[in-house]
Design a protein around this ligand. Structure first.
Ligand code: MTE
Length: 319
């Protein structure tokens, strides 16, 4: 398993999930998988609800922190395509059809193509990964994803020697995505994001197709998103329809919208504040006025093993 458990100093005894709880959670997951995820089956180009059934799932390494309740992680979302309020995505994301779903892989690859999601994922082994998700807005969650290393999929398309970056794009379909119809959204659509290829190839960077033992709900980015746990959440782009390998650094939505506030790298960094708020601490959800649950933010969101990707770089300038 590729996930490093946090160093002992990071773990309070009360945070450690007891083995029994963890085991019973895994039993529950097996049942959830057997029961399907409630997404309509249809064209061969969509992921049918039975897609996860009976699949072997490499178990996650426990990270010693409590998992966010599923309801919160699926009802408190950022997905501007459906509106800017936290409950807009759960209210409106069902208006997006994910059947059929194709992904175009293009740019600096020897084997470009447009592939139905089921064919795209054929033969790929799934793993559970329990990751901290740190939003740039200074809240965080701990989410059990189902996915696989990004490298496994990207390599299938044989990137050329010129490929230095990978750009991702979200579905653009204003008829079904009400946030894309508004005049007053703060960002341009389609939502685009990108990574350096060596970042995408880091074992912690995954494509996710599920969470909490089920296929992804639409509001969390069905049927395919990325999760890059050492970066602010806005890098983890949802509902991907295009993967393009490029020689130059791609444009990214939040950087285009407010370059002084959001950089291309967006590594979680408690020492570099957002111009309008501190990034030194975060609210671990669930939190409330009386129980704010404020914790220190860690460099790279606690995933120290990525540090070598940035050696020699000034992360104050390349925020
Ligand atoms: N992807 C798209 N296409 N549109 C978005 O608005 N929001 C980002 C990211 N991916 C966003 C997106 C932000 S700001 C965060 S914090 C995470 O999704 C939230 O993921 P979650 O809703 O699954 O917790």
């Amino acid at each position: 398993m590729l996930i490093k458990a946090p160093a002992p100093r990071d773990v309070r005894p009360s945070e450690i999930t007891p083995e029994t709880v963890y085991r019973s959670r895994r039993r529950f997951m097996a049942q959830a998988l057997a029961g399907g995820a409630g997404i309509a089956a249809g064209s061969a180009l969509a992921l049918p609800s039975s897609w996860l059934e009976g699949r072997e799932l490499a178990p996650a390494a426990a990270i010693g922190e409590e998992t966010t309740p599923e309801r919160l992680a699926t009802e408190y979302n950022n997905f501007y395509e459906f509106g800017t309020d936290k409950d807009d995505p759960v209210s409106h994301a069902h208006e997006m059809s994910i059947d059929p779903w194709t992904v175009e892989v293009s740019g600096e690859v020897a084997r470009p193509g447009k592939v139905g999601i089921e064919d795209l994922l054929a033969g790929i082994d799934l793993e559970e990964r329990i990751y901290r998700l740190r939003c740039v807005e200074a809240w965080s969650m701990v989410i059990p994803w189902i996915g696989f290393p990004m490298k496994k999929l990207i390599e299938r398309f044989e990137p050329t020697a010129n490929a230095k970056y990978v750009e991702f794009q979200t579905l653009y379909r204003p008829d079904e995505m009400r946030g894309q119809r508004g005049f007053f959204t703060s960002i341009d659509f389609p939502y685009v994001e990108g990574l350096r290829l060596d970042e995408a190839y880091h074992p912690l960077a995954i494509f996710a197709v599920g969470m909490y033992g089920k296929l992804l709900p639409n509001q969390n980015g069905a049927p395919l998103r990325i999760v890059v746990p050492w970066k602010y959440g806005f890098k983890s782009i949802k509902s991907i329809v295009s993967i393009r390998l490029t020689e130059r650094e791609p444009r990214t939505t939040w950087n285009v919208s407010a370059p002084h506030e959001y950089g291309f790298y967006a590594n979680v960094n408690p020492m570099v504040d957002h111009p309008r708020w501190s990034q030194a601490t975060e609210r671990r959800l669930p939190s409330s006025l009386f129980s704010p649950n404020r914790i220190d933010t860690r460099m790279f969101n606690g995933y120290d093993e990525v540090a070598s990707l940035y050696s020699g770089m000034d992360l104050r300038l390349l925020y």
